[in-house]
Design a protein around this ligand. Structure first.
Ligand SMILES: [Zn+2]
Length: 687
């Protein structure tokens, strides 16, 4: 950066309402020079900490690291918010440029030998430093971070580790691209009414659009995208076509030639195993599970197998029900994977006769937001007040002040609810600023959490209320649960604030919060018809809730088999033939022939297209165990808003971030570790 490029102070000094950034003063062209300057500033701070001639202390090393990089984190938080929620070509180009720079910046810090020496000295002497539990965990986190980046290794091992990481990143990217290529290259073009038998209008429309995208106007395409293949398998009456499409779907990444992923899997697993050995772990699963709530592969497999037995038994019953429908149609064949969805839909329609559309008039966005806030007040004593006229990062963004029972401001909350073309799909929570209590370099003590939720609900026509599906309403509660985790945070150090917890614990506050949406008292008050104001009829609601456990044997078998194969790969003694290991694992657990893994290995993106969910696919279910068990604690009191239980929940879960071990946090709330019973009951799989 040259002296002639002025830096925009609005990126780093936030002077809006209660310290909100002045988004209206930020231009897209401000980011590039600001990032350059912030990287340099952070680097200088790191060098200063590392080169300190005084002996390392917790203050001059760990706390110094915790508060370093303030400008970088402010610029990043504004930039990544924009990249996700309101992007454009300038931002996208910048993203491609900044992402690798960011990763280089942090890996350089991770390999700073002088800095690690200071951290290592502190870690070795941790018992004599007089640290409290939170400070000890913060030190441990920094130390482990360095160790996992290879800081303790000899020079040539460090080089080997760097080479492995780089190769793995390339393999992951190729894996994902291969799956995409196989999805793109396959399509089944249909035309005759015989081929389209059973296909409903919404699916015909989507298939017609897909065909014309592929230059086959006037035809209907079955493609391998989940939004077409799943409804096709569900509704098509043509068994031969269902089989053909299904076989193509589960063969993604396994078709031979350029895009075949089987070789990449073998290479990836071998490198991951080598990396784990280098870093002193028995296997890659042990490396990944260190720092999680589950802690060990044994704990994960224990849960998965316990669920597996019940799910497999239920799936066999479900299969028998479907077989009766097959026979009733005068057909003489087993229920195969390309039949399951089709007959399950017939059974569902027979048993639960309602459509999603009947619910919508009762689920107004405004009322569901109110419900979200009301639950938070009844559980945690906080109130939300909308502040109109304050500029968010987009005109649709709404700003709320969150205050505690005494009226003290505890957080700012931004809600960004509607879909737009500049926003990526999905829903998420993030923070512009995280809560902590340290004194910053500018003398300020602690910071207020500034948290936001982004959703993708359909924007209504002018003057019409926004109506949600039940899934949408659940999503709103889910993301607000994450937001509460950030807003109720009450810790000292920024790195353990709010959602700074392990992957298998972070969904507890969000999934748990979903339970309060369907508490009768909340529905009665907030799920009211947008025209008549009448509450949702109880009979309708009962049907909706009962339908939730339908076909859960199938869904749980699909999920659990994938999670078990993920664990088998990352705990295997030797890395032989991955596809043989997949087959052997399924054989061992007795996978029914009528169901296929939700993600077969050659297209298991969670596990092979990046490192995020390797030896971690289980964590979705782990969190479900936690949230079901946690809500059962309230049900056991007979009051979904039991004040004593709510206080314990706040004190041990929503306010502690990562400042205590997740297992201890949970025990502090519940008095014991969770059992899967409540989750099994919720899925209708209890004994
Ligand atoms: Zn979540």
């Amino acid at each position: 950066m040259t002296a002639s490029t002025p830096l925009n102070p609005a990126l780093t000094t936030w002077t809006g309402h209660e310290g909100l950034p002045r988004f209206d003063l930020v231009k897209d062209t401000d980011f590039a020079p600001a990032f350059e300057a912030a990287f340099k500033a952070h680097e200088a701070e790191i060098d200063e900490i590392a080169a300190n001639h005084e002996a390392p202390t917790f203050d001059n090393t760990v706390i110094a690291l915790e508060i370093a990089g303030d400008a970088l984190s402010r610029i990043s938080s504004i930039f990544w918010n924009k990249a996700g929620a309101d992007t454009n070509e300038t931002i996208q180009a910048l993203e491609r440029d900044i992402a690798p720079k960011m990763s280089r910046h942090y890996s350089k810090i991770g390999m700073n030998a002088a800095l690690f020496k200071r951290i290592d000295t502190l870690w070795e002497n941790r018992d004599s430093l007089g640290l409290d539990l939170e400070a000890t965990r913060v030190l441990e986190r920094h130390w482990k971070g360095f160790v996992k980046s290879g800081a303790k290794l000899a020079k040539d091992d460090q080089e080997r580790l760097a080479a492995i990481n780089e190769t793995l990143a390339g393999l992951g990217a190729k894996f994902g691209q291969n799956v995409l290529a196989d999805e793109k290259s396959w399509a089944l073009f249909l035309q005759s009414e015989e081929d389209l038998a059973g296909v409903p209008d919404f699916l015909r429309d989507a298939m017609a659009a897909a065909a014309s995208d592929r230059g086959e106007k006037g035809k209907y395409a079955v493609t391998l995208s989940r939004s077409i293949i799943e409804p096709f398998l569900t509704f098509s009456d043509n068994r031969e076509l269902r089989e053909k499409a299904f076989r193509a779907w589960i063969a993604r990444g396994e078709n031979g030639g350029e895009t075949d992923n089987r070789g990449l899997i073998a290479e990836t697993l071998a490198l991951r195993a080598e990396k784990a050995k280098l870093l002193g772990y028995a296997n890659y699963a042990a490396l990944k599970l260190d720092n999680t709530m589950a802690k060990t592969p044994e704990a994960v497999n224990g849960l998965l197998m316990q669920v597996w037995e019940k799910a497999a038994a239920r799936a066999r019953e479900e299969e028998a029900d479907l077989a009766k429908l097959v026979a009733a149609e005068g057909r003489n064949h087993d229920v195969m994977p390309w039949d399951w969805r089709h007959y399950a839909e017939k059974l569902r329609a027979e048993k639960f006769n309602f459509s999603e559309g009947e619910l919508k008039p009762y689920l107004q966005l405004e009322k569901i937001i109110d419900a979200c806030f009301d639950v938070a007040q009844r559980l945690f004593g906080i109130t939300a007040t909308e502040k109109k006229g304050i500029a968010g990062y987009h005109p649709d963004v709404r700003v709320f002040e969150i205050r505690d029972a005494g009226g003290k401001l505890v957080a700012l909350f931004l809600g960004d609810y509607f879909a737009r073309s500049s926003k990526r799909s999905g829903a998420w929570m993030s923070a512009f600023q995280s809560q902590h209590k340290l004194t910053l370099k500018n003398g300020a003590v602690g910071e207020l959490p500034i948290i936001y939720n982004v959703c993708n609900f359909a924007k209504p026509a002018e003057g019409k209320p926004a109506l949600l599906s039940l899934d949408d309403a659940r999503t709103l509660f889910h993301e607000f649960g994450h937001a509460l985790h950030g807003m109720l945070s009450n810790v000292t150090y920024p790195s353990v604030s709010g959602t700074g917890v392990s992957r298998d614990f972070v969904e507890l506050p969000s999934q748990l919060y979903e339970h309060w949406l369907t508490v009768p008292d909340i529905l009665k008050r907030y799920a009211v018809h947008y025209q008549t104001g009448e509450p949702m009829p109880e009979a309708l609601l009962d049907k909706v809730l009962a339908a939730r456990t339908f076909n859960s044997g199938f869904a749980t078998v699909e999920f659990t088999s994938s999670a078990l194969v993920d664990m088998a790969y990352h705990t295997a003694e030797t890395q032989s033939e991955p596809m043989a290991l997949e087959a052997a694992t399924l054989e061992k657990i007795g996978m029914p022939q009528s169901i296929v893994m939700r993600h077969r290995s050659p297209h298991f993106l969670h596990v092979f297209s990046g490192d995020g969910y390797s030896a971690g696919y289980y964590s979705y279910m782990w969190s479900e165990v936690l949230d079901a068990d946690a809500f059962a604690a309230f049900e056991e009191t007979g009051n979904p808003f039991d004040p004593g239980m709510a206080q314990k929940l706040k004190d041990n879960v929503y306010s502690v971030g990562g400042s205590i071990d997740p297992e201890d946090a949970y025990k502090g709330f519940r008095g014991k570790l969770p059992s899967p019973d409540a989750m099994l009951a919720k899925k209708g799989l209890a004994a």
